[in-house]
Write a protein that binds this ligand. Structure first.
Ligand SMILES: NC(=O)c1ccc[n+]([C@@H]2O[C@H](COP(=O)([O-])OP(=O)(O)OC[C@H]3O[C@@H](n4cnc5c(N)ncnc54)[C@H](O)[C@@H]3O)[C@@H](O)[C@H]2O)c1
Length: 333
């Protein structure tokens, strides 16, 4: 598999390194408008070609798949041209800038029998894999909530607000773990510095009373990556900044019943059992994800993080923007 990578800014080098490390794959060309990227690339990968002209990748007969690692507003155009030229596409999160763009790319890829994979990196981390396993095995019981704090100082993006920058991580994790179609979104946010929301709070309503909340912020003095998932049987805390015990499962819960001798009286019992930290696989997520992309192409199988998965995230992002503009109106999905 010969890969061309477009965009060698902050994230691009990780994509190049991980595709480059796969046995059955070769990164043949990297394109970035910024000529200074060439020196950075050549220092690490002297054998990989560099160009400032993305058309050299998009029009190349020697490239089978294109990774789009450029700002969000460029994803659609670059992915579309890659698909039109018969290339599979690995595209950064969030998939596109609008639902309409995402739908068009999915239709184009289907027509051309090509794969789209959206880089929902977290789905390939040991922690999220373990959470998915626990939820699927019903260790947590029926889910009550997903509550995430994803805050830090910067990095300010110019083309998207903090929702489009940071929330795709949680939205893709929720899509994978909760695996239910959300019903509505309520979002609030404020702009302070560069004309886009830099602080935002998003609530997503799912069927069966599952509620999710995501707090994203570029103006936080400290970096926090903590998610709570509460279930009827157990609850977990995922602190992604922990090196060892990223996941802690608490055998805690609450049950309520009515007093048989006084039906107006509620009996509340709190359960506080053991806490345990399961083993979490320590492999680099992008390494697994890039290998999976190559495998899906080779076996002609549907990636779990395909264009549809990307579109489900964009649908919520678009609705969240609408809700923010109306200061928190509930938008049905
Ligand atoms: N999956 C993740 O965890 C993760 C993390 C960070 C960024 N990202 C995503 O990666 C993408 C890039 O983010 P970044 O932080 O690396 O941005 P960046 O601004 O640091 O880098 C983007 C690079 O793309 C180049 N570029 C823009 N348009 C181009 C074009 N048409 N042809 C060639 N080069 C072009 C720019 O010159 C720049 O060097 C974004 O979509 C972002 O959301 C994903």
């Amino acid at each position: 598999m010969r890969i061309g990578v477009i965009g060698y800014g902050y994230w691009g080098p990780n994509i190049v390194r991980n595709f480059h490390s796969q046995d059955n794959c070769q990164v043949t060309l990297v394109a970035d408008h910024n000529p200074k990227c060439e020196e950075r690339l050549k220092k690490v990968f002297p054998s990989v070609g560099f160009t400032t002209e993305e058309n050299q990748i998009l029009n190349s007969k020697d490239i089978d798949a294109v990774a789009v690692v450029t700002p969000v507003w460029t994803h659609y155009e670059l992915a579309k041209r890659a698909l039109e030229n018969g290339k599979h596409v690995f595209v950064e999160k969030p998939f596109t800038y609008s639902v309409a763009q995402g739908e068009e790319l999915i239709e184009l890829a289907d027509r051309k029998n090509l794969k789209i994979m959206v880089d929902h990196t977290f789905l390939f981390t040991g922690a999220v894999r373990k959470i998915k396993e626990l939820v699927d095995k019903r260790e947590l019981g029926d889910l009550y909530y997903y509550d995430s704090l994803r805050v830090n100082l910067g990095l300010f993006q110019h083309d998207v607000n903090v929702i489009w920058d940071l929330a795709p991580h949680d939205l893709s994790i929720m899509d994978y773990v909760i695996a239910a179609k959300p019903e509505a979104v309520v979002a609030t946010g404020e702009r302070h510095l560069n004309g886009v929301e830099d602080v935002a709070f998003i609530t997503v309503y799912f069927p069966k009373h599952i509620i999710a909340h995501i707090n994203v912020n570029w103006l936080s003095p400290v970096k926090v990556r903590t998610t709570l998932i509460g279930g009827e049987k157990k609850m977990l805390v995922w602190n992604d900044l922990e090196v060892d015990e990223k996941l802690r499962i608490y055998d805690k819960g609450v049950s309520m019943s009515t007093n048989p001798s006084n039906l107006h009286q509620l009996l509340v019992s709190y359960r506080s059992g053991d806490m345990w930290a399961p083993q979490v696989e320590q492999v680099e997520a992008l390494r697994s994800e890039t290998a999976y992309f190559l495998k899906c192409i080779e076996e002609n199988s549907k990636p779990l993080n395909d264009g549809e998965a990307g579109l489900r995230v964009v649908r919520i992002l678009e609705a969240a923007d609408r809700s923010v503009r109306s200061r928190g109106e509930a938008i049905s999905l």
